[in-house]
Design a protein around this ligand. Structure first.
Ligand code: ZN
Length: 309
């Protein structure tokens, strides 16, 4: 393999060509029936804890994106504070980012340069939240840039679907860091509740509709979307890396072939999940779709422990 010698300029040229590729055609997914009502109690809030970023372009993120359209790919965590427990979605970068980044795909290590800001754990501490105050870390999926910060959250249960735990325990190199950080905190869950917004199964974590997890296998075998409804009625869809930037869900548009090849475990399943997310957004127009790495969306979210949300 010669990927180590590929230059960023050459990669961008390839991606620009790939952006011209046609979207695969298949029947549209069923439109979700009546949007599910949520009954969040008082005190359910959502806030963002960005822990670093890389620079890339729309051409890297979705088909049809331009190489001239520069994008910041943020990485971090989302805290959902519920009267019955605090859930942290993903863990962002840890202090050993440089070492952890060595587990990323070789080609990615050539084209992106992640920069560490303040770790999620440090931001939580600044806001008076100790790791032991967290009910769980809920992973959208187990890739390195979502688990790196777990190094500072030892002892906090890490919730993943059974399929994702099997993925972590297997031999896939993209789950190497999740494996290396230790398996003792992982707890697998099922989706015991019925269909939700076009997804066949779900888990209504607090049984009040405020936090509903649904499987979106594709990017990884146990990738999920988390639908969050806060006490103010705002609704969010934390879609992880099923889409890197919001256009992925809005258009919908899958990642360019090279990005799919680099990071998507199962491209066609990822596309199927994207189309379901697109349909969910159509059913709830005010749903705020939050890709894990779209800095433009993260900038609109309330910031944890900040006086200027
Ligand atoms: Zn990922």
């Amino acid at each position: 393999m010669t990927f180590h010698r590929t230059t960023p300029a050459a990669l961008m040229a390839v991606l620009s060509l790939a952006a011209c590729a046609a979207q695969p055609s298949e029947p549209a997914p069923p439109v979700p029936s009546t949007p599910v009502a949520a009954r969040p109690p008082e005190g359910v809030t959502l806030s963002a804890l960005p822990s670093g970023a890389t620079q890339s372009s729309a051409a890297m993120a979705f088909e049809g994106g331009s190489a001239r359209d520069k994008r910041t790919f943020v990485t971090g965590a989302i805290l959902v504070d519920h009267p019955r427990g605090k859930l942290l979605f993903d863990a962002g970068y840890g202090r050993h980012l440089a070492e952890h980044f060595q587990t990323a795909p070789a080609l990615m290590r050539v084209v992106v340069r992640p920069r560490l800001g303040m770790t999620v754990a440090d931001q939580l501490a600044r806001g008076g939240v100790r790791p032991s105050d967290l009910k769980a870390v809920v992973l959208t999926h187990a890739h390195w840039d979502h688990v790196s910060g777990l190094e500072h959250l030892k002892g906090v249960p890490v919730w993943v679907p059974k399929a994702e735990l099997d993925f972590i325990k297997g031999k896939d190199p993209s789950a190497e860091l999740a494996r290396r950080l230790g398996l003792s905190d992982y707890q697998s869950y099922d989706f015991p509740d019925g269909p939700y917004l076009g997804f066949p199964r779900s888990w209504d974590v607090f049984e009040d509709g405020s936090v509903v997890l649904a499987p979106t296998p594709g990017h990884t075998p146990g990738a999920i979307v988390a639908f969050i409804t806060t006490s103010t009625g705002k609704r969010y869809g934390l879609v992880g890396d099923t889409a890197w930037q919001s256009e992925g869900v809005e258009r919908p548009a899958q990642k360019p072939w090279l990005s799919r090849w680099l990071v998507d475990h199962d491209g066609p399943s990822t596309w199927s999940a994207l189309r379901k997310l697109h349909a969910a957004k159509a059913a709830i127009p005010d749903l705020i779709v939050v890709p894990a790495h779209d800095a433009r969306v993260w900038e609109t979210l309330p910031r944890f422990a900040s006086e200027t949300p």
